[in-house]
Each structure stands twice: as structure tokens, then as C-alpha cells.
Design a protein around this ligand. Structure first.
Ligand code: UD2
Length: 314
């Protein structure tokens, strides 16, 4: 019987958490609809019990939660522009799926759920860094959907005593992030294109900034959140990030060095729903989890470029 359930286990973040758990010798079940997750991401995770299914179907949630003690809920339909194009699908895969999972988790006697929140909840307010005491201000359907999941987590902690912990991720990047979709994260897209000698496109003037967070830091935060005493973390929400930011223009220049790309970026109009600046205050995660980032942005980007260099053929 699996002790841990990882939802979205064939996706970028879920697969990385599952790998870390397996490396520790834990028993892990993974569930994924394979809508955006990829079967190839399961290579190396053969010790994980894998269930293909859609959490928007309550029966799948029941099957996934059976016998489990702790859930890492990473399954989602990521991307702000995807949600602008199709808010119904984002709601189904982020909100309906999350509520179904919580209902099934409670019924199965699951002890703790660690939820992948999103920095998009803060919206486009000028205050930096973003701290957890700020009022949420979601401006895209994606941000609304991820924030609704946070509120469900907190409600299930208060009303049913489920130990839920929300980690608000800030622009996670690293190996296994899908670079092939128009809706992929910007660093995955840029790495792939620039390594292939193709021109990347910057939406807006490139002055927008992000607290890009290397995947190992987020995995670390999750493992800490699963292990922290309930009185410290149950029903709480905290940022998971690095606490530093960089603009897209500066990131492009670093990527030129790392990839050898010699051209200029193309510039296109800003995307609807986009946020200008994002930077986390990480003091709450430090205090509640003892979290400190393990890998800084430049080292993370170096490792990421190397991973794409060796795994992408075109
Ligand atoms: C949001 C969340 C992030 C995560 C993510 C999931 C914020 C601040 N961050 O990321 O935490 O939940 O959603 O999808 O809300 N861009 C280009 N060229 C490209 C692709 C993107 O210039 O080819 C720009 C894009 O317009 C944006 C920046 O790069 O200004 C980052 O875009 P992204 O899609 O990687 O992530 P973002 O910030 O929407």
C-alpha cells in the first residue's frame, strides 16, 4: 500500500517530487490524466504505482486516495494564456479536480495534503516582495482557479481537520519541464529554442521580472511541508521561491552565454493576464518549515540548459 500519493506524477513538478520520495525508499502512488503529463516522464519511476486517470472524475480520486497518508497535489492545467483561451478546462482541471480530491482524501482518512499554489494569486499589485499577508488579487482565470484550490485547502483544514498545507510556487523551472507547448514556461521554451539556434519571442518589453525557482528548491519545500509538525503548518499557506528576481531581458542574456545563441530576441505585444513583477518574501517558509533555497537561479539555469542539451534532439 502506498504511503504517498503524487497527483500530476507524469508532469514536471509531480515527477520530480515522486523521484525524490522514491530515492528515499518511500512507497509512492502517482496519478495523472496524461492531458499535459507525459508517459516518458515516468521513465526512472518504475518503483511507483501508476494510475492513469482524471481527478475531475470522483471515482479516480477514490481509487487514488485509498490507503494513502500524505498527498502532494501537483496536478493542474498550468498556464495563464491557456486559461485565457479556455477558462472552463482550467476550472475543471484545477478547481473541480481539487475539490474531488479533497472529498476523497477526507473519506479515505488521508492525514495531510500539500497543495501546489501559484504566485499568480498575488496579481499585479506594485508591492514587492509579495508576502502571504497581502490580499489576493488574481487577474487571470488560471490565478482564480489556483486560488480557489487554496481556499478549499484552508476550508478542509478548518471544517474537517484535514492537515492541508499550501505552498505558493513562484515560476518553477528545471529538468522535465515540457518545452514543446506554446503554453510551456518561458525558460523551458527559451532553452529549447536557443539551443536549437531559433529566435525566442519576448512578450512585452522584457522588463518584466520573475522569482524563477529551480525545481530542487520546490521539491525540498514539499518534503519539509510533509514532515513539519501539524501545529506549525496545518491550514497554513506560504511562498516557495528563492526571494530574488530577474527580468526576462537579463535572463535572455544569461541564456545566450549558456546556450551559445548569438541572435536577438523578437519582441511581441504583452500577453493578456500577464503580471509585470513577481518576487517572494520567503520568511514564512523559513520560519515554519526551516526552508532555505538550495540552488540559486544561475546554477539552476545552468543545470537546466545542460539537461535540455542532452535530452532534446531538436
Ligand atoms: C504563472 C505564475 C507561476 C506559475 C505559472 C504556471 C505569476 C507571476 N507566475 O507564471 O507561479 O503558476 O503561471 O503556468 O503569475 N513569455 C515570453 N515568451 C514566451 C513565453 C512567456 O516572453 O515564449 C513571458 C510571459 O509573457 C511572462 C513571462 O514570460 O511575462 C513568464 O511567463 P510564463 O508563462 O513562463 O509564466 P507566468 O509568469 O505566467
Amino acid at each position: 500500500m502506498a504511503k504517498y500519493l503524487v497527483t500530476g506524477a507524469a508532469g514536471f513538478i509531480g515527477r520530480s517530487i515522486a523521484a525524490a520520495l522514491l530515492a528515499r525508499g518511500e512507497s509512492v502512488r502517482g496519478v495523472d490524466s496524461l492531458i499535459t503529463g507525459k508517459r516518458s516522464n515516468l521513465i526512472g519511476l518504475e518503483a511507483m504505482e501508476f494510475l492513469e486517470g482524471d481527478l475531475a472524475d470522483p471515482a479516480v480520486c477514490v481509487q487514488a486516495c485509498h490507503g494513502v497518508e500524505i498527498i502532494f497535489h501537483e496536478a493542474a492545467l498550468a498556464s495563464v494564456p491557456r486559461s485565457v483561451a479556455d477558462p472552463i478546462s482550467t476550472n475543471r482541471n484545477c478547481v473541480t479536480a481539487t475539490l474531488n480530491l479533497l472529498v476523497a482524501a477526507r473519506a479515505a482518512g488521508v492525514r495531510r495534503v500539500v497543495y501546489a499554489g501559484s504566485s499568480s494569486a498575488y496579481g499585479d499589485t506594485p508591492t514587492l516582495p509579495k508576502h502571504e499577508g497581502m490580499l489576493p488579487n488574481p487577474i487571470s482565470p488560471y490565478a482564480v482557479a489556483k486560488l480557489a484550490g487554496e481556499h478549499y485547502m484552508q476550508a478542509f483544514a478548518r471544517v474537517y481537520g484535514l492537515e492541508t498545507v499550501v505552498l505558493r510556487y513562484f515560476n518553477v523551472f528545471g529538468p522535465y519541464q515540457d518545452p514543446t507547448s506554446h503554453y510551456s514556461g518561458v525558460l523551458a521554451i527559451f532553452c529549447r529554442r536557443m539551443l536549437a539556434g531559433d529566435q525566442p519571442t519576448i512578450y512585452g518589453d522584457g522588463g518584466q521580472s520573475r522569482d524563477f525557482t529551480y525545481i530542487d528548491n520546490v521539491v525540498h519545500a514539499n518534503l519539509l511541508a510533509a514532515a513539519a509538525p501539524a501545529e506549525m503548518v496545518a491550514g497554513r499557506m506560504m511562498n516557495a521561491a528563492t526571494g530574488s528576481r530577474i527580468t526576462l531581458n537579463d535572463t535572455f542574456r544569461i541564456l545566450c552565454d549558456l546556450t551559445g545563441y548569438q541572435g536577438q530576441p523578437a519582441y511581441a505585444p504583452p500577453r493578456a493576464g500577464d503580471i509585470r513583477d513577481s518576487l517572494a518574501d520567503i520568511s514564512r517558509a523559513r520560519e515554519l518549515l526551516g526552508y532555505t533555497p538550495l540552488i540559486d537561479f544561475r546554477e539552476g539555469l545552468r543545470r537546466t540548459v545542460e539537461w535540455y542539451r542532452t535530452t532534446q534532439t531538436a
